[in-house]
Design a protein around this ligand. Structure first.
Ligand SMILES: Cc1ncc(COP(=O)(O)O)c(C=O)c1O
Length: 402
């Protein structure tokens, strides 16, 4: 029997009745783009996160692009992010007319390193006071970035924060006073509803969330052709609107999300217990951060051997990401080289994402862990420096590409 990396069919079985009912209403009203379903979803998602506004858009990439534009990013601007993320983070910065500047990640969390960020900004500031004004921390694998530290630095250096929360629906961090959701601390938080996300539709979708009325209004304008009334357009905007069918699916899944995320955390705990004694790096969850476990990312110099063992037993797995941004052909123009971001490069060479979804059974989790342990026993650890390069990206199943 195949053990799936993600299991959308089981999610659909849980929401089918409700979505079937909503679809009848959508077809009767013939309101396919925007409309009452979309408005209701926006309100429910904002309430779930505890923010004033959730403005739905066409994808996570668009959420980032429109949030950056609304935050004042434009041609010539510099925006800081990390090399260890999906290409869309950098693409959205480019689409806003700006240039991505990369800062390496923390080796424990794989998220933007506050120490490296401070070093980078101090160095930049010495050279010129006209440095970057916006930073895009990415809550990678569902683990929130160390937001308290990042916010302190942002205040000190006058940076606005636009969070890439595309992998972190329902993840949370402690801000010193209370727990709050990832995506709610910066000027804006950006979410993707790509089907495989913790909260995913039946197609593309995304949202910008914010407490800032002006920013929400600007995204609202930009997503709909700059429209201020039916025939009046204040700006050249974009066409990036959520459709009613996606909203109906997302509303039904949002109801289930807290339970599904709890199950992901249980599975993560089981993996950690079962693999605790193995010679592996397991995902860290530092105090004050609570992961949504979009992915369960282990690290080992034996990554390729473990991956082969899993695939040979019909267990799906993924690599996130085998090529860091600075080594992607698309980012050649940024002028970085191999060796510029050693922590990201090491993660790219050693990371493996195990099956993680709320419908995994305990027996499946045990089976995955057994195969990982067996693979490690057959191939004792060698030092990372002796490890060969990653296999080509094209060997990955396409559905795991993001
Ligand atoms: C970290 C990150 N940023 C941005 C995106 C882009 O989202 P979308 O695919 O909805 O455009 C993704 C989606 O995979 C992502 O994982």
């Amino acid at each position: 029997m195949r053990i799936k990396f993600a299991d959308l069919a089981s999610q659909n079985a849980e929401i089918r009745e409700r979505v079937d009912r909503e679809l009848v209403g959508i077809h009767l009203n013939a309101a396919y783009v925007g409309g009452p379903q979309v408005q209701a979803f926006e309100q429910e998602f904002a309430a779930f996160l505890g923010v004033r506004h959730a403005v739905s858009v066409g994808s996570g990439t668009d959420a980032l692009r429109l949030a950056l534009l609304a935050a004042g990013v434009g041609p010539g601007a510099e925006v800081i992010t990390t090399p260890m993320t999906f290409i869309a983070t950098a693409a959205a910065i480019r689409q806003a007319g700006a240039r991505p500047t990369l800062v390496d990640i923390d080796p424990d969390t794989c998220n933007l390193s506050p120490r490296a960020l401070r070093r980078h900004l101090e160095e930049r500031h010495r050279r010129s006071p006209h440095g970057p004004r916006v930073i895009v921390p990415v809550h990678l694998y569902g683990l929130p970035v160390a937001m308290r530290e990042i916010q302190e630095i942002a205040v000190e250096f006058g940076l606005r924060i636009v969070e890439d929360a595309c992998q972190a629906h329902g993840a949370s961090f402690h801000d010193g006073r209370r727990w709050r959701c990832a995506g709610t601390l910066g000027a804006a938080g950006c979410f993707s509803f790509y089907p495989g996300k913790n909260l995913g539709g039946w197609g593309d979708g995304g949202a910008v969330v914010t407490d800032n009325d002006e920013l929400a209004e600007r995204v609202n304008l930009l997503r709909d052709h700059g429209r201020i009334s039916h025939y009046a357009h204040q700006d050249y905007g974009y066409n990036s609107r959520l459709d009613a069918i996606q909203a109906a699916v997302l509303r039904a899944k949002l109801e289930r999300l807290p339970g599904w995320n709890r199950r992901r955390r249980e599975i993560a705990e089981s993996y950690c217990e079962l693999l605790g004694a193995a010679d592996l790096e397991l995902p860290a969850e530092p105090e004050g951060l609570s992961s949504a476990y979009h992915l369960f990312a282990i690290r080992s110099p034996q990554r390729d051997a473990i991956r082969q063992a899993l695939l040979s037993k019909n267990i799906e797995c993924g690599i996130h990401y085998p090529v860091p941004l600075h080594l992607q052909p698309a980012c050649r123009d940024l002028g970085y080289q191999r060796g510029d971001f050693p922590v990201s490069e090491r993660v790219a060479d050693t990371e493996l994402s195990l099956p993680m979804h709320p419908h995994l059974t305990d027996a499946e989790v045990r089976q995955v862990a057994e195969v990982v342990i067996e693979a490690l026993e057959q191939r004792p650890t060698i030092f990372a420096g002796e490890h060969g390069r990653s296999p080509a990206i094209s060997t990955l199943p396409p559905e795991h590409g993001e």
